[in-house]
Ligand binder design. Structure first.
Ligand code: GPW
Length: 757
């Protein structure tokens, strides 16, 4: 009798084959829980705490089975009983604990920390509705709360509670854990998610995502990134941040004491990596706990804290660098505000004439990155280019103060999820061609020897085609859209933001639409796919979604064009959908305005799955190009230095580009009669005006080059063998972008934690 059969009889007193799908799902949860119960935790003197507002972990069922090394066996047992493991995974809701690249990076990192045998936990919040679910109505983005906790899941309530003292009340937390299983490891780590028992989802106004922002006891962990367009919203974010770090700091001190720390040596027991500035309040909170609860004097507490906290920066966009008015901090926690003022005095005394490195500015606003850099021991960027820009411009004055504390650590992705789990067909092909060693060391370079091998190239093509079929099924089930699986699949998936320039691809679509109508039919049909959410308060980003959905409708209804060009916007893009897109894509769109995308990690997921990148020289794209060579990527657009100069000198005038003969008709088509007949005039007009008068992220500056290179790419696709060779070389060179490599770098350069083996 099989493992699952035995469990089924224990639990339901029936045979596996007689169960309903949801029962089988629960059986698998139990099986995994049983295995986890038998596995000790990774341990060691010093432990990593990865603090992050987001963990975009994705569904865990198949990933956990894979990491436990029992995926194939379970799949076979299920097959025998007449079940399909992918259908069973439909029973699991995707955890709604993240938003974009930053949250997915945190998920890849905790997977790699465990897979490398390092003791280290993720620390965050258990959001009941997480980020909103996106749906489309009238070609516009709409919102509904994501009720992901309704389904049984991998969260386990612990018996740990802490007291978090706010100005007007003290809250008692509850801690939930999710086991983090490394790849083929016999120990595990955890994702520690704090919550409040008093949170009340009934305060959400019917189906919407609105609620009373002042009722902290009821709303604190309802949403990730609640609307912060007013003061109450900003304060709620501070409440969330303080709640997360106070709990996490109390937890790590308690665990360190259990492992033998005498508090004075706390930095030998715990290292805290903060994922962007959202967890920066851990610095004043550690100082508060060390002084108030543990009796240290202020300067010793500052010193210990400064040896424990390391900061990762993920952006140079000024609007994304967090600042909080001191009076807001005072209204949440006067003690924390007071400590920040003391830290500010230290900096004002040490660097009296340097406004750019102060913690509190002349408007009595605290700069969170300044706290993190002065009172942490490490600051890192997430790609080479990004780190260079931090050193040379954004954080130049800090770099001059602490040159040895700056690190450049190019992001990575876990191959467990993005290759083994996402693309079993390609994984099996790799096993056959280069052997299975890559599953341990992420080294795919052996594949370079097969770039002229017709057999391997043709199998590579077959895998791509099978993945296009899987994508087609997904889109059919998910939103009733059918796509041509013989078309070129050209994908841009990521948060909707002007700097990522989805609007530039929309302008290309307008160009292509007219070109096809003029009789220039592409040899191979083209499917352009978008996915991503726009922040609720980000109007222009929603206008961009609206433009794309309106274009999609226009083209679908135009028989002259629809056989050659299709535009799809995936509803509610998430980790589950991502898997189908990364594996099916021929073209990866990485077209951000150079200097603005700190790294990008979607670029790496496409690359490892054999897509060819269309790129500006931004973020980690630069390093992808370095590795695969100029023949195997398509590069266009102005470079970072030039863009930084244009911003410094305020030297970009959108209208000068708009007036050019090749560009004006494309931009003006946004407000053409055809499009206004489909779309919303306010949205389309606003976007049109914005592009002409502002175009803050310079879509127009690179548009002509973009159109030319896209045409070249589609033409090159016609040489099937040459195209697949490019794809294969991309896969072969992707090893560097494994998150295992990055985590080893973090550990060597920053954390210095012992592997537990
Ligand atoms: F603004 N990133 C993100 F820097 O996904 F905080 N969310 C964020 O709030 C920020 C950055 C922040 C992304 C970067 O945009 C992307 O370039 C990078 O690859 C990713 O973080 C992981 O480092």
């Amino acid at each position: 009798m099989t493992q699952l059969d035995t469990l089924a009889q224990d639990k339901f007193n029936r045979d596996l084959a007689d169960l309903e799908q949801p029962e089988v799902y629960k059986l698998l949860l139990d099986l995994i829980a049983k295995k986890v119960d038998q596995m000790p935790l990774f341990s060691g003197k010093k432990k990593i705490y990865y603090f992050s507002a987001e963990f975009l972990i994705g569904k865990l069922l198949s990933n956990n089975l894979l990491n436990l090394g029992i995926y194939d066996q379970v799949k076979a047992e299920l097959d025998q009983a007449g079940f399909n493991i992918e259908e069973i995974e439909d029973e699991e809701n995707e955890p709604s604990l993240g938003n974009g690249g930053l949250g997915r990076l945190a998920a890849c990192f905790i997977d790699s920390i465990a897979s490398l045998g390092l003791p280290g936990d993720g620390v965050g919040l258990n959001y009941h509705f997480g980020l909103f679910q996106q749906y489309f109505e009238d070609n516009q983005q709409q919102y509904r709360p994501d009720t992901w906790l309704d389904q049984e899941n991998f969260l386990k309530k612990s018996d740990k509670h802490f007291q978090v003292p706010f100005k007007d009340f003290t809250l008692t937390s509850s801690l939930y854990d999710i086991a983090v299983l490394g790849y083929q490891q016999d120990k595990h780590n955890r994702l520690r998610l704090f919550d409040l028992d008093t949170v009340d989802s009934s305060i959400i106004e019917d189906g919407s995502i609105s609620f009373d922002k002042t009722d902290i006891e009821k709303n604190l962990t309802l949403f990730l990134y609640p609307d912060d367009s007013d003061a109450d919203g900003e304060k709620l974010r501070i409440y969330q941040q303080y709640f997360m770090v106070s709990n996490g700091a109390q937890l790590l001190i308690q665990e360190a004491i259990e492992r033998g720390s005498n508090i004075h040596d706390l930095a030998d027991y715990a290292v805290v990596q903060i994922n962007d500035t959202h967890p920066t309040l851990i610095i004043p909170e550690l100082i508060r706990l060390l002084t108030t609860d543990h009796g240290l004097d202020f300067m010793e507490a500052v010193k210990i804290t400064s040896q424990m906290v390391a900061f990762t920066n993920h952006t140079i966009l000024a609007e994304a660098l967090e600042t909080w008015p001191m009076n807001y901090l005072e209204s949440v926690s006067p003690e924390i505000a007071d400590i920040i003022r003391k830290l500010d005095s230290i900096i004002k005394e040490s660097y009296p004439n340097q406004a750019s490195v102060q913690i509190i500015d002349e408007n009595d606003t605290a700069h969170m990155a300044s706290i993190a850099i002065h009172f942490g021991f490490s600051t890192n960027g997430v790609s080479q280019l990004h780190t260079d820009i931090l050193k040379q411009s954004t954080l130049k004055d800090f770099y001059e103060l602490y040159p040895d504390e700056f690190h450049g650590l190019t992001n990575g992705i876990t191959f467990r999820r993005w290759l083994m789990d996402a693309n079993p067909e390609l994984s099996a092909l790799l096993d056959r061609v280069i052997g299975e060693e890559w599953r341990q060391d992420s080294d795919l370079s052996e594949l370079m020897n097969y770039q002229e091998d017709d057999q391997v190239l043709s199998e590579f093509s077959q895998v791509k085609h099978a993945n296009k079929e899987a994508l087609a099924h997904f889109l059919q089930d998910h939103q009733g859209v059918s796509i041509n699986t013989d078309s070129i699949v050209d994908v841009q998936v990521k948060r909707i933001h002007e700097y990522k320039r989805q609007q530039m691809l929309a302008l290309y679509i307008i160009h292509k639409y007219h070109d096809i109508k003029a009789g220039n039919k592409p040899e191979t049909p083209i499917t352009i796919i978008f996915g991503g959410k726009a922040a609720p308060a980000y109007t222009i980003a929603q206008d961009i979604i609206h433009l794309i959905l309106s274009l999609s409708e226009l083209i679908a209804n135009d028989p002259e064009v629809s056989d050659y060009l299709q535009v799809v916007f995936v509803e509610n893009y998430n980790v589950t959908a991502a898997r189908y897109l990364f594996t099916a894509a021929d073209i990866s769109e990485q077209i951000s305005l150079a200097s603005k995308e700190a790294s990008g990690t979607g670029n790496m997921k496409f690359m490892v799955n054999g897509a060819v990148t269309l790129m500006t020289l931004d973020g980690a794209n630069v390093e992808i190009a370095d590795r695969v060579g100029q023949d195997n990527v398509y590069i266009f657009g102005k470079e970072a230095q030039e863009i930084v100069r244009l911003y410094d000198e305020e030297d970009y005038v959108a209208r000068d580009y708009y007036e050019q003969a090749a560009i004006k008709p494309l931009v003006d088509f946004i407000v053409s009669d055809e499009l206004l007949a489909i779309g919303n005039s306010e949205r389309l007009n606003r976007l049109h005006q914005d592009m002409i008068n502002k175009d803050y992220f310079m879509a127009l500056i690179d548009l002509e080059e973009f159109i030319a290179i896209k045409e070249k790419m589609y033409a090159d696709y016609q040489d099937e063998k040459a195209w697949r060779k490019k794809g294969l070389i991309n896969t072969a060179q992707a090893g560097f972008f494994s998150s295992d490599r990055v985590i080893n770098e973090y550990n060597d350069q920053i954390w210095h934690v012992q592997v537990d083996d």
